[in-house]
Ligand binder design. Structure first.
Ligand SMILES: *[C@@H]1O[C@H](CO)[C@@H](O)[C@H](O)[C@H]1NC(C)=O
Ligand SMILES: *[C@@H]1O[C@H](CO)[C@@H](O)[C@H](O)[C@H]1NC(C)=O
Ligand SMILES: *[C@@H]1O[C@H](CO)[C@@H](O)[C@H](O)[C@H]1NC(C)=O
Ligand SMILES: *[C@@H]1O[C@H](CO)[C@@H](O)[C@H](O)[C@H]1NC(C)=O
Length: 584
């Protein structure tokens, strides 16, 4: 390379540096906001950058147990440089609370090229999981990096990423099941954030007609519920549910009053009249309300997921009917829904800890107890039929490994896979312009404490979707970067075009849409090729749950999950739970 060429290169670099596009101050409906422009690449050469806005209010500070309201706006320029506190919630030890009541804020990542500021970019809005009890728009901080940092998705997929906070726990989902405390406050917060993005994102370079919502676990169920709510008509173009849908058995609370009474009793509110109960709960210290609800983790009589009781409800308004009847509202919303091949591993490990310990054995009796817990609605006949169906394969392989896998299969099927298959079938059956896709994520867990047979556990997909193998290259293998690149490509292509294969990001293989006849699903892992598009995942199990099991007489009220005995003090110990544990 000659001197002249070097000089020209140098000049080009510096000119590009000077001309690098950035948003600066942006005008929103509430007033002006200013974020931070972060240069990308070595020394910012190349002129690519990302504009980052943290902590923009999308609603007014909420009143406890009231619907969110529009923000009145502000004077001057709001500096949007730091994440706001999460919505008030119990800590992982369940001994304290953290976060703030004033928490309805969102964060935005906008990728920029060197020349002109981005325009008409697709927009992806993230809804976090955490069993409707925990979580925040930024997620936990690992290795000085927030789990839900939107930068990698935004810059690799050339899309705008938005994350936000919504209320969780009692403050988000307490309900008396009537007009005095209708519930769904957290879902309405989510809707306020989506509507704010629709009204304001053009000023940030986003296309308000190209909004995709995506989420995982309780966030995946939230995504699904938002697509079914009439409140979002015309706001959402596409949606992705990872490991959670509106039909998941832990997504809707059918008996909210029992849980409201449980909390009312703890904080000393009247129990016999919901008007007085609601008035008293609204006047109760929010910290005390938040602490009044704890999830027991040992000595459980029922599977752990039944103890997550503060959930969305059918309120006759935001969720007007049982979700199964609402899929016509998603007829024009393109949809991807999928699960991890061992989504049930995390919850099964709490219900039957021996599955993770090689030297411990489990018996048919242990498994029967678990089966009884998940089939309560159908009584002993349901338990026997389910036990027989799942243990048929033990005749050929009665090894401990096979039995332990059966435990995980049962929880994966009941809590994640079957509800997702039902939701995908409903979406497809009601679709007009919408396309339907489904996947199975199967890259084995990186958790070193798990036995070698464990596949993709609940929440294992998050690190790949958020590009962590690129953010923290030293704790990942190259194969992890391949998976991450693949997932970001499919997800962002889908956000751009409604087809995960079509768009600027190359994908390893064609992902064909699902119909009930073709049963297509894409298996996502480190080695993908033409064989990765598969058909009819666990169809005999789907048939069992959807037909054989359904046909059995129901013994408990409409399949409603009975309230576990939370008042038994022995059932509510203080659990040791470490920061990295995944929660649904
Ligand atoms: C509710 O309980 C309170 C105190 O125990 C009692 O005074 C009141 O009459 C009861 N109200 C109803 C509607 O039963
Ligand atoms: C369930 O199976 C057990 C053990 O085989 C048996 O004793 C019981 O009668 C069965 N119950 C029903 C309702 O089939
Ligand atoms: C479940 O069963 C019903 C009734 O038998 C059937 O119409 C429906 O297609 C089934 N759903 C799936 C996903 O197979
Ligand atoms: C979404 O964005 C893509 C790329 O900018 C564009 O081609 C497409 O028309 C947009 N879709 C809608 C519905 O505006």
């Amino acid at each position: 390379m000659g001197r002249l060429e070097l000089a020209v290169l140098g000049l080009a670099c510096c000119l590009a540096g000077v001309r690098a596009a950035k948003l600066g101050v942006v005008h929103t409906e509430g007033g002006f906001v200013e974020g931070v422009n972060k240069k990308l690449g070595l020394l910012g050469i190349g002129g690519r950058s990302v504009d980052i806005f943290k902590g923009i209010p999308f609603a007014a500070p909420p009143q406890a147990l009231e619907n969110p309201q529009r923000h009145p706006g502000w004077q001057g320029i709001l500096k949007a440089k730091y994440f706001k506190q999460r919505c008030m919630q119990i800590t992982l030890t369940q001994l304290h609370t953290w976060g703030s009541e004033d928490c309805l804020y969102l964060n935005i990542w906008v990728p920029q090229d060197q020349k002109e500021v981005s325009q008409n970019l697709p927009v992806m809005i993230w809804i976090y999981g955490g069993a409707f009890i925990l979580g925040s728009g930024q997620g936990l901080n690992f290795f000085r990096d927030y789990l839900y940092d939107g930068e990698k998705i935004a810059t690799r997929g050339n899309v705008i990423v938005v994350t936000f906070n919504y209320r969780v726990g009692p403050l988000g989902f307490l309900s008396t099941g009537d007009a005095h405390l209708p519930g769904n406050y957290g879902l309405r917060d989510q809707h306020m954030a989506i509507a704010w993005v629709k009204r304001n994102i053009a000023a940030f370079g986003g296309d308000p007609d190209n909004i995709t919502i995506f989420g995982e676990s309780a966030g995946g169920a939230s995504v699904s519920l938002q697509t079914l709510s009439p409140y979002n008509k015309g706001l959402i173009r596409r949606a992705i549910s990872q490991s959670g849908v509106a039909l998941s058995p832990w997504a809707i609370q059918k008996d909210p009053l029992s849980w409201a009474k449980h909390i009312a009793k703890k904080v000393g509110c009247p129990l016999n009249d919901t008007a007085r109960m609601a008035k008293c709960l609204k006047a109760t210290n929010p910290r005390a309300l938040t602490l009044a609800y704890k999830i027991p983790l040992v000595g459980l009589k029922y599977p752990i997921l039944y103890y997550a009781g503060l959930l969305p409800v059918v309120d006759g308004d935001f969720i007007p009917d049982d979700p199964i009847n609402l899929f016509a509202n998603a007829a024009d919303i393109d949809y991807i829904a999928g699960t991890n091949d061992m989504d049930g591993q995390f919850s099964a490990s709490i219900d039957l800890p021996a599955i993770n310990v090689v030297i411990l054995t489990i018996t048919g009796e242990d498994f029967y107890k678990l089966v009884r817990g998940v089939t309560m609605a159908k009584g002993p006949r349901g338990a026997n039929a389910t036990f027989d169906f799942y243990t048929t394969s033990w005749a050929q392989d009665s090894s401990q490994e096979a039995k332990k896998k059966t435990v995980v299969d049962l929880e994966t099927d009941v809590f994640f896979l079957m509800p997702t298959k039902m939701a995908v079938a409903q979406h497809r059956a009601n679709a007009k312009s919408a396309r339907t896709y489904t996947y199975l994520f199967s890259h084995p867990s990186r958790n070193p404490f798990y036995p070698s047979w464990v596949g993709a556990d609940h929440a294992d997909d998050l690190q790949y979707v958020f590009g962590k193998p690129f953010t923290n290259p030293f704790i990942y293998w190259p194969q992890d970067r391949t998976i991450s690149r693949t997932m970001i490509a499919y997800w962002t292509n889908f956000a751009r075009t409604g087809d995960p294969n079509k768009g600027p990001s190359a994908v390893p293989t064609q992902w064909e849409p699902y119909t009930q006849e073709n049963g297509n699903y894409l298996e996502i892992n480190k080695k993908m090729d033409g064989q990765s598009l598969k058909q009819h995942l666990r169809s005999s199990y789907l048939q069992y749950w959807n037909q054989t099991y359904q046909a059995l007489p129901t013994v408990s009220r409409d399949g409603a999950v009975p309230l576990p005995p939370l008042d038994d003090p022995k059932a509510i110990p203080v659990p040791p739970m470490d920061e990295s544990s995944a929660t649904p």
